[in-house]
Design a protein around this ligand. Structure first.
Ligand SMILES: *Cc1c(COP(=O)(O)O)cnc(C)c1O
Length: 565
């Protein structure tokens, strides 16, 4: 298998199974979906990531609504196969040894993709070095840089040690950009022996090999390291002068490094492509809008329904174009079953008693300020008056990064407010969000709510998952939703049209106003009084959104536009 020439997909986090907790949110789950579609479509790929032996973290919430983090204890040997090869990278002047674990994704189509998990927890290493691959996004800059050396430089070395032949290196975000330095070194060796001294570094040859996907629409979100730190931790892999030309004069900016050494660069939605161009003028930045893995993100009841009416949908999601042929009654029944399963799960895990026949909203994703999970509480009195139009309830879930105090405060605020409004609106915060819970939520609620601050949602993917289950999107026009939204046909928007790319334009009040207006005048009345229209929008969510926003379409585009260039 390893003799086949492959595309190497590098990602700091990969969320491929609920049993393998090496992801924190959308970036990792997207990587997992990418790999699964790669396997289904028999794309010759191999993926590389870190083992994250103590995971991201397990979330608990105390009685005051404060998040508490615990390391996740998981046993890689239960799900992965440990390989015997070891390689080393230089960190702080020491050799740090890396071993690898393998997970083989096997599709029913016969396609297979290996995922290689890099692990420094080997006896040759010092106690400290054994922890380098322990915590996803843990520690300080120094820790992060060490992780990125293991991922980028170690990853390339490991692939070669395992006998892989690679024709493209796809960096999923800047965390993997150091792989370009290892490639530069490889080309330097070749060239010095056969060529003259003009080209010490064959930048063009490396660019031919590399594809870079950026996921962050704001400058501060891109990893950067001081050259002082780089020198201490990584040493001069290539001369500092050279590195500064490629990665930025003042800091080593991992995005810039990736951009300078890639032949193809893309953002993850059309709008994000534009925003990225403004952020990095002078680069050609394309856009391939994200998608989700249809089979993974469709609940059991809907799968059966699709098998009956749209056979072949899982490996050819274009067939969702025929969603219209599903009988209304059966679609509603399948939705109701998913909703019952969810409500039963919520009641059991939160020790409450919410009802199936109440209009239910879902909001679940990473808790960080720009996602504005509490936008719906901007005007509490107005929110409470909406109940007169019809009852509704809201389910929340999501983790805040351990160092993200504002993100944690939003969790607490929502929990505090839920106690306050409890007799009129049932609000439940489910702790320890993960892939399994995500599927329950995106399939079991009626409406999927998303209220990010424009233009900071690079893409977003959870709304695409909802659409795969006939759950209707109600979201701010940012990221993928700008492309998927047709007002009143595929769902509803919140706030003004997505014209600005400025980051200072904060429009909480206008967004909240529109949110309340549509709840009161459109969504609540339609849910309770116009079921036919509601089901029409459910079908359009399947036929127009799931049809397009799936990772099969996304991967076909990566192959034709990025990998075959
Ligand atoms: C899909 C998913 C996300 C991403 O959600 P967004 O709303 O796109 O930010 C985060 N976490 C988990 C567990 C997911 O499944």
């Amino acid at each position: 298998m390893n003799n086949e020439v492959k595309i190497a997909y590098f990602s700091m986090e990969i969320g491929i199974s609920n049993n393998i907790p090496t992801y924190s949110g959308g970036l990792g789950v997207l990587a997992g979906d990418t790999i699964k579609s790669g396997a289904d479509l028999k794309i010759p790929m191999v993926a590389v990531t870190l083992l994250s032996k103590k995971g991201y973290f397990r979330q608990d919430i105390d009685s005051d609504g404060r998040q508490i983090e615990y390391p996740i204890v998981w046993d890689p040997s239960k799900f992965l196969i440990r390989l015997s090869r070891k390689i080393a990278v230089q960190i702080e002047g020491r050799d740090v040894y890396i071993q690898a674990w393998r997970y083989n994704v096997q599709s029913v189509t016969g396609g297979k993709v290996d995922v290689i998990y890099l692990d420094t927890d080997v006896e040759e290493n010092t106690k400290e070095d054994r922890e380098i691959t322990a915590f996803l996004y843990g520690g300080d800059d120094r820790y992060r840089l060490k992780q990125e050396i293991v991922l980028g430089i170690g990853g390339v070395r490991m692939l070669h040690a395992l006998g892989f032949h690679i024709k493209k290196y796809h960096m999923n975000e800047g965390h993997a950009s150091l792989l370009t330095l290892e490639l530069l070194l490889m080309y330097k060796r070749d060239i010095e022996s056969v060529w003259d001294e003009r080209w010490i570094w064959d930048i063009d040859a490396v660019r031919e090999l590399c594809v870079f996907t950026t996921h962050t629409p704001i400058d501060a979100g891109h990893d950067r390291f001081s050259y002082d730190l780089v020198k201490k931790v990584m040493g001069e892999v290539i001369p500092l002068e050279q590195l500064k030309k490629l990665g930025g004069e003042n800091h080593l900016n991992m995005t810039r490094l990736g951009l300078n050494l890639s032949n193809y660069v893309n953002g993850v939605a059309k709008k994000h492509g534009e925003v990225s161009k403004a952020l990095f003028p002078g680069y050609e930045i394309n856009a391939i809008t994200n998608g989700v893995h249809s089979f993974t993100w469709t609940c059991e009841g809907m799968k059966q329904l699709y098998d009956k009416y749209i056979p072949g949908w899982a490996n050819e999601p274009e067939l969702f174009v025929r969603s219209e042929i599903i009988p209304d009654g059966e679609l509603w029944e399948a939705h109701l079953q998913a909703k019952k399963d969810l409500i039963q799960y919520v009641n059991k895990s939160a020790g409450i008693d919410i009802k199936v026949d109440v209009l239910t909203f879902g909001f679940a994703r990473r808790f960080t300020s720009y996602k504005r999970a509490d936008l719906i509480f901007s005007d509490l009195d107005r929110l409470l008056t909406l109940c007169e139009k019809g009852e509704f309830q809201i389910l929340y879930a999501g983790k805040a990064h351990p160092k993200d105090t504002p993100g944690k405060d939003i969790i607490k605020r929502i929990i505090d407010l839920s106690k306050k409004v409890n007799d009129k609106i049932k609000i439940v915060f489910l702790k320890d969000y993960n892939i399994e819970m995500a599927l329950k939520l995106v399939s079991g609620v009626d409406v999927w709510l998303n209220t990010p601050l424009r233009p900071r949602e690079a893409s977003g993917t959870s709304g695409m998952k909802a659409a795969h289950n006939g759950v209707i999107n109600f979201s701010v026009l940012d990221g993928w939703w700008i492309e998927g939204h047709i007002e009143g046909i595929t769902g509803w928007s919140i706030g003004p049209k997505p014209t600005e790319s400025s980051l200072t334009n904060i429009n909480d009040a206008a967004d909240a106003d529109d949110l309340y207006y549509k709840l009161e005048n459109i969504i609540i009345p339609m849910y309770y009084h116009d079921r036919n229209q509601w089901i029409k929008i459910m079908k359009n969510s399947i036929g127009k959104i799931a049809y397009y926003f799936n990772s099969h379409r996304m991967m076909r585009r990566y192959v034709t536009e990025a990998y075959l260039r």
